[in-house]
Write a protein that binds this ligand. Sequence first.
Ligand SMILES: O=C(O)CCC(=O)C(=O)O
Ligand SMILES: [Fe+2]
Length: 335
Amino acid sequence: MIDQIPVIDFSNFDTNPKEVAANVLNACKTIGFFYIINHGLPKDQIDHSFELAKEFFDLSSEEKHKYLIQEDNHGYSELYQETVLEDSINNHVMKKKTSLDPENQKQGDHKEGFNFRNFINGKPYAPLPPIFEKEQSFIEEFSRACHGTAMRILQAFAIALEIPEEEGGAKWFSDRHTYDRQSGEVLRFLKYPRGGESTYKETVRAGAHSDYGSITLLFQKDVPGLEVKASRTEWISAPLIENSILVNVGDQLQEWTNGLFKSTLHRVTFLPEHAHVDRYSMPVFIHPEDDTLLSPIPSSIVPPPSESTQGVAKSGEIITAGEHLRRRLNATYKY
Ligand SMILES: O=C(O)CCC(=O)C(=O)O
Ligand SMILES: [Fe+2]
């Protein structure tokens, strides 16, 4: 493991893709997290998305209750994504989830969130609240731009793994992540309200978890707090880096690469000096299309499967990304 999250400059990706891909591979094999800078996503789009998030979370709790997921004992991300899938609703606010992680079981995750699933053929997955409806074309544009950035990262993966041209080459992963096909992909607005510690007496705001999909892009703003489990014993912080996007590998990609890429535990904590400010973040959870088979990657760099890297598929079994997500969500109940 390395003890710092690397920063990778994507401005060289078009001119020198191999070098960028090598840096990306190194990060994925070790800590499973890296920042990208010069990623090409316009700053004003990111800023405006944060403004919209704030505008929404500033609504009265009565208004937000229309989109509330009821509190219960299941883990935050699990319940959240599961509710999204099972209720076929793409937008929810939720608060104070109780984490299943033993380290965090004492207190709830004190936060609110709102999910946007992909705007397939220009349509929101479910009706949007008015405050977002009037900005629908902007939000769709931002969601598609994030997806486009993610596709460049997936191309770097395919280059790093030396997937042969005749198998699909640099497009091998991105061809399996079409924006307009059904997938688990979600753009999420998150708010961690100030003052949670007085209720929970703990500084952990989002319990330790790994993400489920292929990769996550994370936009942080003003207030740091994300921590990454760099080793069995050590949490390191993921500081704010101006104009960067933090990228991490999810469980599906870890399993797809037979453990070559690492899906690393992370959590959100508040330092005392941040106890009196609200924290906003925006993760974008990238998933393959639901019917993508998680079949062996045509790469001599990816190791053969082994018991320890198996995850939710049985030995030798090839499942789709949609089935993988479903099993991963169901597994929540067995903890
Ligand atoms: O808010 C953050 O910085 C991280 C959120 C996160 O890890 C998640 O929602 O999966
Ligand atoms: Fe996460």
